[in-house]
Design a binder for this molecule. Structure first.
Ligand code: PLP
Length: 389
């Protein structure tokens, strides 16, 4: 059975061209980039070329990019690195209730050290409120960390406005752009972003490679002690193949961004249209317009998300209920909770995140199966939604 993959927000399949670019650095150019001889120097050169490509995608200087081991590490480095460096100035951080666990749990851990954190609410579409943000600023606020786009519902936050407020109060602004990078245009200079996290495996590069952008002039505490790699900020021999892969993926994302967005939007909107026409008693979660081009998230009334996923899997369809990170825990998604969904609707959520390989024919297959499965599950439950409204 063919696999139909609609879970690109969980991870993406590595591109053939990305893999091709990486292979020499797993083979003949296996040298340590810190070594003086030719294969070491080749590796060093490749790392610096990749740094330029990552920088180009988000419009920063290449010396503002630091490679890390993941998006999670980038978020940890940004938030803990700024908190620890600036604790003498203040110990207050502002974030939102719908952040990825690598932001939320980092903030929780800082709270145990005595930092104070404000978790901003979001409205029914997942947007933070700028007035609430402004009212949350205190004399001792040192960092605002708000995600660029949400991984579950796809909502794109008002990044430029948040940056403007941060600047007005002279507070550092970090954004988790793991879902946004490669899927929407990002210009850290124009948008006023001070720090940004990204991850390889969400944009067709391998897992276990990430990067963080830190505007020149902002200092942060190093996250991993050891050797002098990454300008003494992140010890550990560089993951050269991963870095090369990330660089290539960013280069390709940059070249094809417009076309990629158009493609995702087309199939996403086709999917939404078909579901709305063919399945009653559903709710689209997340923002209508300001939304990642490849994200759709529907709640199906009187359906258990887990049974939906199992039934889809039996048809070779990969999708997600909530986020991959919270799968395995039976807690309803903190994001769906924050946008005010009832626990019944939250547990009946299905996230489909489309990718470059998806075709309209894939969507037809997905919709056809969803129609059948939803009907069958509702019949079994004999919980006809109409009777419950
Ligand atoms: C996937 C994801 C991360 C974590 O990235 P990893 O490289 O898997 O650690 C962080 N934030 C968001 C929004 C994500 O979607």
């Amino acid at each position: 059975m063919d696999i139909r993959y609609f879970d690109n927000a969980a991870t993406t399949r590595i591109k053939e061209d990305v893999l091709k670019e990486m292979l020499p650095y797993l083979k003949e150019n296996f040298g340590n980039p810190s070594s003086m001889y030719t294969i070491g120097r080749n590796a060093r050169k490749a790392v610096e070329e990749a740094r330029k490509k990552v920088a180009k995608l988000i419009h920063c200087k290449s010396n503002e990019i630091y490679f890390t081991g993941s998006g999670s590490e980038s978020n940890n480095t940004a938030i803990k690195g700024i908190a620890h460096k600036n604790a003498f100035k203040g110990r207050h951080i502002i974030t939102s209730k719908i952040e990825h666990p690598s932001v939320l749990h980092t903030c929780r851990s800082l709270e145990k050290e005595g930092f104070r954190v404000t978790y901003l609410n979001v409205d029914e579409n997942g947007f933070i409120n700028l007035d609430e943000l402004m009212n949350s600023v205190r004399n001792d606020t040192i960092l605002i960390s708000i995600m660029f786009a949400n991984n579950e519902i796809g909502t794109i936050e008002p990044i430029q406005e948040i940056a403007r407020i941060a600047k007005m109060y002279n507070i550092i602004f970090h954004t988790d752009a793991v879902q946004a990078c490669g899927n929407v245009p990002i210009d850290v200079q124009k948008m006023g972003i001070d720090m940004l996290s990204l991850s390889g495996h969400k944009l067709y590069a391998p897992k276990g490679i990430g990067a963080i952008y830190v505007r020149n002039g902002i200092s942060f505490e190093k996250f991993i002690d050891g050797g002098h790699q990454e300008k003494d900020k992140r010890a550990g021999t560089e993951n050269v193949p991963g870095i090369v892969g990330l660089g290539k993926a960013c280069e390709l994302a940059n070249i094809h961004l417009e076309q990629h967005m158009k493609h995702l939007k087309e199939i996403r909107d086709y999917y939404i249209d078909q579901i709305e026409k063919k399945i009653p008693n559903i709710k689209l979660n997340g923002a209508k317009e300001k939304r990642l081009p490849g994200n759709a998230n529907f709640s199906f009334e009187c359906i258990e998300g887990q049974s939906l996923l199992l039934n889809l899997d039996a048809k070779g369809i990969c999708a997600s209920s909530g986020s991959a990170c919270s799968t395995g825990s039976s807690n309803p998604s903190h994001v769906l909770n924050a946008i005010g969904l009832s626990s019944q609707l939250a547990s009946g959520a299905l996230r489909t995140s489309f990718g470059e390989e998806n075709t309209k024919e894939d969507i037809d297959y997905l919709v056809e199966n969803l129609v059948e499965i939803v009907k069958r599950l509702r019949d079994i439950n004999s919980l006809k939604p109409q009777e419950h409204i």
